[in-house]
Design a binder for this molecule. Sequence first.
Ligand code: ARG
Length: 465
Amino acid sequence: MSQDKQNKLWGGRFTESTDAFVQAFTASVNFDQRLAPYDVQGSIAHAKMLTKVGVLSAQECEQIIAGLTAILAEIQDGKFDWSIALEDVHMNIEAALTERIGLAGKKLHTGRSRNDQVATDIRLFLREHLMLIQSELLRLQQGLLELAEQHAATIMPGFTHLQVAQPVTFGHHLMAWFEMLKRDAERFDDCAKRVNVMPLGSAALAGTSYPIDRHMTAELLGFSCPSANSLDGVSDRDFAIEFCAASALLMTHLSRFSEEIVLWSSAQFNFVHLPDAFCTGSSIMPQKKNPDVPELVRGKTGRVNGNLVALLTLMKSQPLAYNKDNQEDKEPLFDTVDTVLGSLRAYADMVPNMVPVKASMLTAAKQGFSTATDLADYLVRKGMAFRDAHEVVGLAVRLGTETKRDLSELTLDELQDFSELIAGDVFEVLTLEGSVAARDHLGGTAPNQVSRAIAEAKAFLSGKS
Ligand code: ARG
């Protein structure tokens, strides 16, 4: 028997040793070693349950717990010797346990399989990382609220088609981002409910002939319940797909946000200053300050979208129950977790430190005839039909364009040429402040509505933290 075959925990039925390339090709230990803490956590709960139902003795259980704890400490200190021949994290740890404590180590795998073991591990991993993601998301939301509060009345142009449309407040714009993130947080919360179901006890696919107590294991591991069907238990990866879908949408939001920050921080817009800590220079052009963080987050959205498609495609043709294909679930899942956490962290650090350039925002808002709708609304209030008012204002805008003046810079005489309904009070509605203050209803951009929205958002968040 070759050394290689002797090492394998499943070597019994094999007569030839694994081809060296195939061994490396099929191994997952290089990436799934990250699951070690969850694997140990799951194994300890499993051992306790086996003890309670009489499969292990109390002494064996103690040996197992002490052994696994020592192994995990070794892993965390970087002293553990991972072996490709032992294929994955599960068999590496089990072999180390047996080497350390002997016979009791060999009994740990009673009544379970790597199939339910790995499904349990990735759920434990994701549950913990979902909490980290939620807390970074919360930090970003708090940062947005902080900035929005300072700028509930700061005027900037609102855009449609990236053309100046109507004035809005910077606070209102930031609160739009807040709303998107609020939905993202809800999606992660919802996903967490389905993550927190325990497949352990499904064994390879059909369950086990040992008198296991799955409720006990679920309780020990903090799962809300055991999974209801063993075939589904070992093969279900919906929760990972849901997580990647929620992540893709979150990244899409951050990517849109990034796009705006890249534009806003350009010399052409000059709407915000990004702190130096979030930018880099150019090795050749000394004048450059590039918005690397938002650009990178925008770029990373691509890989998260890719991970979602990878997982959907991974699952689409799999017959029940476990197939080796499932080993491919880990890298997209881990990468999504890391990318989302990194992007959120960068944004949570950056957003409260963005400094708006109020003067540029104001100048830009003045440039695009952004109060044209206000003039139309004014005429409607004086009795004109909206379509006619639209026409009249169009003519006034044309004069403004030709003479390079904003509507508020036209004279009363000039405005009255377009309609005699126009009187001296028109200039109040043509100011940007008047325009935003007039949009004073739920969801509108009036500063007092923005302040109200911020107060509500703060109350909502304080209920969460
Ligand atoms: N390394 C495997 C995975 O990540 C563990 C489960 C393997 N089970 C099996 N019967 N080959 O999916």
